[in-house]
Write a protein that binds this ligand. Structure first.
Ligand SMILES: O=C1O[C@H](COP(=O)(O)O)[C@@H](O)[C@H](O)[C@H]1O
Length: 261
């Protein structure tokens, strides 16, 4: 595990309200989009599910609609529930309804899990095919690779954390957090429904250039405090990045962080 930790130090910014967090997340994303589109001609963005999608609302405002080079974006999911893509629990559907349908990202650049595996509830197959999808895009040089390790390196991941400290579909006490060889793994007994999910593994998550973890609300305060006290029983405490791992918190979520952390 040490190798995945030996990167950037965790940073945080605390915002008075969710609105301000949402505005800052849009600005952070837009700035990185401009940087990566200019340098590489692509911007690879990884989404999670959950509350995060509603906080992306600021990015669909006219200022960003008009300035962002949406055609250069490629979208991925850090984790996905293995349910049909039009199911209410699908992270793809959540992102499509709340964000992707409102911005002009080419359909071919939206990399959802395989729709047949999703419809059949085949978590293992979905993980294998998603890993193949990542490798194909690495070969096409759309996804970069991380230095010598050869792992895919995404430009920006926008992440969330559950009140139990789970990140992506890496849950406390489940072995998936220890997976080091595969890029994508799966779980069939997720403690949070639905039970079947796929997830990027920790080495892939931590290879990203920029990881932004957004967490709001009092219900998350205990988990946030544990993360900032380096309690590594919580998967989210392992989050690092190549360039920057930054936590965007509202005041309620940050309210129990011990002084000095
Ligand atoms: O189940 C999931 O939960 C986490 C956290 O969601 P939130 O609703 O507490 O923000 C999310 O990041 C993950 O993508 C999702 O599958």
């Amino acid at each position: 595990m040490a190798s995945v930790l030996a990167k950037t130090k965790r940073k945080k910014i605390i915002f008075p309200t969710k609105n301000e967090l949402s505005e800052a997340m849009a600005e952070y994303t837009a700035n990185l989009s401009a940087k990566f589109c200019k340098v590489r001609g692509y911007f690879t963005v990884v989404l999670s599910g959950g509350d995060l999608i509603s906080w992306l609302s600021e990015l669909v405002e006219p200022m960003y609609q008009e300035s962002i080079e949406w055609s250069k974006w490629h979208i991925f999911w850090v984790d996905e529930r293995v349910v049909p893509l039009d199911h209410k629990d699908s992270n793809y559907k959540l992102a499509f309804d709340g964000f992707l349908s409102k911005v002009p990202i080419p359909v071919a650049n939206i990399h959802a899990i395989d729709k047949d595996c999703a419809a059949l509830g085949d978590a293992k197959g979905a993980a294998l095919l998603y890993e193949e999808c990542l490798k194909r895009l690495v070969n096409r040089d759309i996804i970069r690779t991380y230095k010598a390790s050869g792992f895919p390196q995404f430009d920006l991941q926008l992440l969330g954390m559950g009140p139990d400290g789970h990140m992506a579909s890496l849950f406390p006490g489940h072995y998936q957090i220890k997976e080091k060889a595969d890029l994508v793994t799966y779980i069939t007994d997720s403690p949070k429904p639905p039970p079947k999910r796929i997830t990027f593994t920790l080495p892939v998550i931590n290879c990203a250039s920029y990881n932004l973890m957004a967490v709001c609300d009092e219900a998350q305060a205990d988990a946030v405090a544990k993360v900032f006290s380096d309690n590594f029983d919580l998967p989210a405490a392992w989050l690092t990045a190549d360039k920057e791992a930054i936590w965007f918190l509202d005041q309620a979520a940050a309210s129990k962080i011990p002084k000095g952390h």
